[in-house]
Structures are given as C-alpha cells and as structure tokens.
Design a protein around this ligand. Structure first.
Ligand SMILES: [Mn+2]
Length: 266
C-alpha cells in the first residue's frame, strides 16, 4: 500500500470512480492532493463523479469539492485527455454522451487499449445490478439501507474524530461481512468479467461497488478502481502498460479497512 502517487514521469492512464462529490462522504481533500501530485496522459472518470442523486437530499458543495473539479478541468486544459463515463449517481450526464464538456469527453462506455495491447472495456458497472441482485429483498432494500448506513457512518466518524480515532466505514465493514452482501460482491465481479469475455475484451475496468480489486477472473482482467469514499484508490497504467492499484490512504488507516488485498495484476 503506497500513500499517494508522486511520479516524476506521467502515468499513461489513471482511472478513478465513485468520488461522490457533493456528499459528506467524499474524501475531497485526499482526492485533491492525489490529483495535484499525479500526472497522467489520460484520466478516466469512471462514474459517480458528482453525486446528483445524493444532492437531492440537500446541496452540499464545500470549497474542497469545487477544487477537485477545478483540478480536473485544469488537467484537461493542460493537455491531459480526460474521459468521463457517467455512473448511476450522475446518470443525468449520460444525456451528454458523445459531447465535450469543458474539455472533458463524455462517453457511455469506452474501449481502452493499454500500451501492452490489452483491450479493456471501461464502464461504471451499474448495468450489472440487474444480473447480480438475485435477492428481491436486497433489491428492494439495498439502496435505502445503504443510504441509512452512510448517514449513520457519518456520525460514527464524527464521534471517532472527537476521540482522535481514524475514520471507519460501517458500510464497507458490513459489505464485507454480511453474507448476502459478500455474495453480491462476488457475483458482481463474476458478471462484470463475464461481460468483458463475452464481448471479446481482455478485461474490464469498472467501479460502482466500492471494492478495489485487480484480479484475473474467468480468464480476463477484472479491474475495479475502488472509490474515494472509503478506500481512496486509483487504477494506474504505467508507461509500459502495466496496471496496478494505488491507495492514497495512510497504511495504518487502510489496514483498518476490510479491503481485499491490493495487488498487482499477474
Ligand atoms: Mn455507482
């Protein structure tokens, strides 16, 4: 686990998703720091960037969130190619697919070819929900429960902050421990990998479930770039086309999170 990414040479591409800007859960300070110190030829925004869905509960837009958008637009202006693939929390932006927004290209999905010639399907991943949500109960209650948990987690962390304890994610803890949720995550990973294989790609890059993972599943590369709510992670392709997952969380905090092992692709 490496804190930050301060590359002297630009990465070939960086993939981030599930920033959830516009909600209290977004780790905007860390994200801004990451963007300031990371240079890349292409930046992929893989959905759930500005949480328009969450903002229906009320507008939350502090300066740090604005700074993140400013840094992204600034990168586009300075020659970084920025590709935005909207997710379900920012699905309004899907109406803009095919257009250019402040130098940012908007696509419903994208095919990225790595330096080593691997063709990766880039999509947010909410399209797999229908195939994954096998339990009707989970389907009906999943979103409401998750929203409630995020809200509860916010207050748990306020209390932990008062006592100088590191941030803790109730939602991530539950997702990894509740049987139904664990099964959901595994099914999601299989369904996503299967889709890439079915369509003849070498792998898939997605987000959506807030579980960073770089693994070979069913013969294809499954890359989930994680999120900037709990994990503060990015998928990075270096100049040679090698993919790896990076976490911007200090190791001692990251160790508290029930994340799967972050590892380099074989
Ligand atoms: Mn999503």
């Amino acid at each position: 686990m490496i804190r930050g990414l301060r590359t002297p040479v630009p990465a070939r591409s960086v993939f981030i998703s599930d920033l959830h800007l516009g909600t209290r859960e977004c780790q905007a300070q860390e994200l801004a720091e990451f963007l300031r110190h990371t240079d890349m030829e292409t930046l992929f925004l893989v959905g759930d960037i500005v949480d328009l869905w969450g903002m229906r509960r009320g507008i939350y837009w502090p300066a740090s969130h604005h700074e993140v958008l400013r840094l992204i637009v600034d990168k586009a202006r300075r020659g970084t190619r920025v590709i935005y693939v909207p997710g379900n929390h920012d699905e309004l932006a899907r109406a803009l697919c095919g257009s250019l927004l402040a130098g940012v290209e908007v696509h419903s999905e994208y095919v990225h070819t790595t330096r080593s010639g691997q063709r990766l399907l880039v999509m947010h991943g909410d399209a797999f929900d229908g195939a994954v949500r096998f339990s009707p109960l989970l389907k009906a209650t999943g979103n409401a429960i998750y929203t409630a948990l995020l809200w509860l987690g916010h207050y748990v962390n306020l209390a932990r902050g008062l006592f100088g304890l590191p941030r803790w994610s109730l939602a991530a803890w539950l997702k990894s421990r509740v049987g139904d949720a664990r099964e959901y995550v595994q099914r999601y990973e299989q369904v996503a990998a299967h889709e890439a294989k079915r369509r003849g790609f070498d792998g898939i890059v997605c987000g959506h479930i807030h579980r960073p993972l770089l693994a070979r599943i069913d013969g294809v590369l499954y890359c989930n770039d994680g999120d900037w709510v709990d994990h503060c992670t990015a998928l990075v392709e270096d100049r040679h086309g090698e993919l790896s997952l990076w976490s911007h969380r200090p190791a001692e905090q990251a160790a508290e999170l029930p994340t799967p092992e972050l590892r380099k692709a074989a």
